[in-house]
Design a binder for this molecule. Structure first.
Ligand code: ATP
Length: 515
């Protein structure tokens, strides 16, 4: 990669070139922040879903699945708070005509001050060497203290302005801090307005009888409104969970950074219903389970960190993000939230129906508390894809682009490559293909030199390349090349199934969750 090249750009280019992700409706120049998954992307995405579904639903006997509709009764979103409060404060720069989230402008400003603090700390370390005590330095250095006070003052004022719905003061804060538009450099701002992130449309064929419905901004509410249906028909006993994978839609003000922030995306969510008072134990349980699920993929333990929420959503009594080191830095990949009984209580109130659980052992009824795990499938795709793409220098001085995907997630598990297009080798290769195709996604490729074909498979992350040569016709053996070590081994054709199965099965990865 050329120096200073944006690493995300290379990832976007690779994703497009090899059929993972395309800009949506590209022949019409695309649609902003909307993407299509290509022939390889669809496979990778399905495999991530399967890894999640198996770990959450199949491996936990008290978790079941659900597939709710995207459209829901509009009152759902009144009850959940989304109609009134699912807003972002937006502001436009009058000169560049660019639109920003006011909170992001302020957060970026704070990040700059944090950068100054980090610089002071680094200077201290340089000066005092091993004798440097960072904690003491932060507690006493006048520059650091002044900057910390500054950050606290900004945070306090911003929080108060949002709580009081005082958008004029949010604008004044931006002006007082002297924040300029990154594009035009001007401080010529419009007023701050609240912008609801839900997409709406009309249900019904005539304007008269039509009612406004929303495209769901999260999949969770489909689970809450079905809580009793599932509990009763599945005879579920608390604690139990309902899991769902599905599309969600948010009219994000600034959607960028590829598939990290889109307007149409997919979520994998699980709501776990527990007895009130036990929620914080379950919250810890699910934090641990989810971080283990991530780490079992071997993308590098240092790529993850927890970020505990200091400012909680109104419905939560504990919340943490699992952050991943994306090409643009550590960012939220998944949220684990203890949502109390906020949602079920709100739906009871708005629907007039009881949403309670009868605890036979204690002979009482109660509204369960909920611990939620919520991960964006597209963000998970980006995490896996970006951390797997590597440019490797080889012994002979050449380089290769390789996608070291976890084999269980690889779109293609093995490629069958006849060494030449004649002498009966293609027929033999097709025979092997026909045998393996029921169990694995296999590619047959006879075009170009064998070296080029290996590179193509490396670039899409195929764990095995199987070459059929003249010896194969004589003794029923083939060579099998390992993507990561590039080593080749001659094996009997009859052994191919078990060799591939052992490497690509989810079992090896999932077993780690139980240890
Ligand atoms: P952010 O702060 O990044 O906007 P959020 O806190 O609003 O995210 P949640 O409402 O907790 O996100 O949604 C759960 C998960 O859904 C997130 O952790 C993320 O992986 C995913 N997600 C949320 N918004 C988007 C989006 N616009 N595009 C892609 N994935 C998203």
């Amino acid at each position: 990669m050329a120096k200073n090249e944006d690493p995300l750009k290379r990832i976007i280019a690779h994703a497009k070139e090899y059929g993972f992700v395309f800009p949506s409706s590209e022949i019409y120049d695309g649609l902003s922040a909307t993407y299509d998954y290509g022939q390889m992307g669809a496979e990778l995405k399905n495999n991530i879903k399967q890894y999640w579904w198996t770990a959450m639903v199949k491996m936990n006997e008290n978790i079941v699945g659900l597939d709710a509709a995207i459209f829901m009764h509009p009152t759902t979103w009144k009850a959940s708070g989304h109609v009134d409060a699912f807003n972002d404060p937006l502001i436009d720069n009058k000169d560049s005509k660019k639109r920003y989230r006011a909170d992001v402008l302020i957060e970026d400003y704070i990040a700059k001050i944090e950068g100054k603090i980090a610089k002071d700390v680094a200077k201290g370390l340089k000066r005092f060497g091993d004798a440097f005590n960072e904690e003491e330095f932060r507690a006493t250095n006048p520059n650091v203290l002044r900057n910390v006070d500054k950050i606290n003052a900004i945070n306090d004022r911003f929080k108060k302005a949002l709580n009081d719905d005082d958008l004029a003061d949010v604008k004044s804060l931006i002006e007082d801090l002297g924040i300029a538009c990154p594009v035009s450099g001007s401080k010529n701002w419009t007023d701050v307005r609240q912008f609801n992130l839900m997409f709406s449309t009309e249900l019904g064929s005539t304007a008269d009888g039509a009612s406004t419905v929303y495209l769901r901004p999260e999949t969770a509410q489909g689970i809450f409104v079905n809580f009793l249906n599932v509990q009763k028909t599945g005879r579920m006993k608390i604690p139990f969970g309902i899991a769902q994978i599905g599309k969600a839609f948010r009219n994000e003000i600034i959607a960028r950074q590829f598939i990290f922030r889109m307007r149409e995306f997919e979520q994998m969510e699980m709501q776990f219903f527990v007895k009130p008072g036990t929620e914080l134990e379950w919250y810890e349980h699910w934090k641990k389970f989810r971080i283990n699920w991530h780490k079992a993929l071997n993308l590098g333990d240092d790529n993850y960190r927890f970020h505990d929420h200091l400012k909680m959503a109104h419905y939560a009594n504990a919340a943490a993000d699992i952050e991943f080191k994306f090409p643009m830095g550590f960012k939220e990949l998944e949220g684990v939230h203890s949502r109390t009984d906020f949602d079920l209580k709100a739906h009871e109130e708005f629907s007039g129906k009881k949403l309670q659980y009868f605890d036979a052992a204690e002979n009482t009824s109660y509204v369960p508390y909920v611990v939620e795990t919520s991960i964006g499938l597209d963000r998970m795709f980006l995490a896996v894809f970006s951390s797997s793409l590597k440019e490797e220098e080889l012994k002979d001085g050449s380089t290769r682009l390789v996608l070291t995907l976890p084999p269980s997630l690889s779109p293609v598990k093995a490629a069958i490559l006849p060494l030449t297009k004649k002498d009966g080798l293609p027929e033999k290769a097709r025979e092997i293909f026909a045998n393996l195709k029921y169990d694995f996604n296999i590619q047959y490729d006879e075009k170009d030199s064998i070296g080029k074909r290996y590179r193509r498979q490396d670039a899409i992350g195929t764990p095995f390349s199987i070459t059929v040569d003249h010896q194969s016709l004589e003794d029923n053996t083939v060579t099998i090349r390992d993507r990561d070590t590039m080593e080749q081994e001659r094996v009997e054709i009859d052994r191919l199934y078990s060799i591939i199965e052992e490497r690509v099965s989810y079992r090896t990865v999932l077993k780690k969750l139980e240890s």
